[in-house]
Design a binder for this molecule. Structure first.
Ligand code: PLP
Length: 411
């Protein structure tokens, strides 16, 4: 007998997109050593942690240094002080009913959106929007819910919901019955959002079909318009059909500090093969207590400080800063005569590449003629072909410089 690998992992296509971007940029830089390349493709924040967060972080680290105040393992689900602050500020203040014990603190929405599929049977049919944040797809490939990737770039067995210009980036309800549906709004990569009414159609679908929506709201803080829900639980009936993922990464700069949370409402139940119902909250709790030992105390205190008046003021300032970049990007694209979407309720701007130019040709054009790097849309799924992502996560200065260069190009 030999050790064998989990062959599902062998179905994964290598993340060609970012290595190919780097290869092309390096080659360009070698040919043009004086080139002043501006990277507009990065999905990471650039502004530092808010002062209120840093202060709370320091104070908690000092507590860890005192014999009386030291803390060892905390609750796997997170400290009550943070779960209560979230329930109050993110939900109750908006009239949404989520209790602290339905909130599970974690070290990232990436892990949670990747791990959640473990508590569902392997025979569930999974639907994803296309283009998509790759974690939803690849975690299901690893688990064995798909076949190999076909020539069109789709994994067999997954249901892809194309979101393109033609349908205003509103995911179409599936023709076949699906069980698990990943929705991410405001969306990465398209930067578009769903209105209450549009999201309500999905909640109704899930209720009728007996499906579960896995709702990733990592970019919730960027919502500017009133008709966009901040939480799926603003939609009537969503508590029975939806799990929600949130993160401190993009609202408070925690990408390197790591803190997020997942909401699993009490009412959410799924049957076993004999029809007996099981609360998902209990299954997720079981999963987390077995495989996860909680987020560090100082990080949870730092996250708690996001909800102080000072913390709120500071995070608003950072978000406004990024959204000003987004506005500059949108105005420059307009001037350059390019069609674009997003950038209003999200830090991402999704450009339609000009007629006859695919995602990679547009990448090369921007790199060669403007020394600006973005992300070819096709890297996020087959329906991303013909699109290109720019992000507002940059300094104002670099955004302005990059857009001045882009405005001078004609398409
Ligand atoms: N969900 C989406 C849609 C994202 O784009 C990202 C990060 O880029 C994440 C989740 C990851 O969040 P976290 O930093 O909390 O793991």
């Amino acid at each position: 007998m030999m050790v064998t690998v989990n062959e599902n992992y062998l179905l994964l296509k290598s993340s060609y997109i970012f290595s190919e971007i780097n290869r092309r940029v390096e080659e360009f830089q070698t040919r043009n050593p004086d080139a002043d390349i501006i990277r507009m493709g990065i999905g990471d924040v650039t502004r530092p942690l808010p002062g209120a967060v840093v202060e709370a972080f320091h104070r908690a680290v000092d507590e860890m240094a005192g014999e009386e105040t030291f803390r060892g393992y905390g609750p796997e689900q997170g400290y009550p002080f943070l779960r209560e602050a979230i329930a109050e500020n993110d939900y109750a203040s908006r009239g949404v009913d989520v209790t602290p014990d339905e909130i599970f603190i974690s070290d990232g929405a990436k892990c949670d959106t990747g791990n959640i599929q473990e508590i569902f049977g392997l025979d569930n049919v999974v639907a994803v929007t296309d283009p998509v944040y790759p974690v939803y797809v690849e975690s299901n490939v690893m688990a064995g819910r798909t076949g190999p990737m076909d020539e069109s770039g789709r994994y067999e067995g997954l249901v892809y919901l194309p979101c393109t210009e033609e349908n205003d980036f509103i995911p179409p309800l599936p023709e076949e019955k699906v069980d698990l549906i990943y929705l991410c709004y405001p969306n990465n990569p398209t930067g578009t959002a769903l209105t209450h009414k549009q999201l309500a159609e999905w909640v109704d679908y899930a209720r009728d079909a007996g499906s579960i929506i896995l709702f990733d709201a990592a970019y919730e803080a960027y919502i500017q318009e009133d008709n966009i829900p901040h939480s799926i639980y603003e939609i009537e009936g969503a508590r029975e059909v939806a799990v929600e993922f949130r993160s401190f990464s993009k609202n408070a700069g925690f990408t390197g500090t790591r803190c997020a949370f997942t909401v699993v409402p009490e009412e959410l139940e799924v049957p076993d093969s004999e029809g007996k119902m099981h609360a998902l909250k209990d299954l997720w709790n079981r999963r987390q207590t077995t495989k996860f030992n909680g987020v560090s105390y100082p990080v949870q205190r730092a996250a708690e400080a996001v909800y102080t008046p000072e913390g709120q003021r500071e995070i608003r300032e950072s978000i406004d800063y990024y959204m000003e970049n987004a506005k500059i990007i949108r105005e420059s694209l307009e001037k350059a005569g390019l069609r674009y979407y997003g950038g209003v309720n999200a830090p991402y701007i999704w450009i339609r590449t000009p007629e006859g130019m695919d995602s990679w040709q547009f990448f090369d054009r921007l790199l060669n003629d403007a020394e600006v790097v973005g992300t070819p849309g096709v890297g996020f799924g087959p329906s991303g072909e013909g699109y290109f992502r720019l992000t507002a996560f940059n300094s104002l200065k670099n955004t302005v410089r990059a857009m001045e260069r882009l405005s001078e190009l004609s398409f």
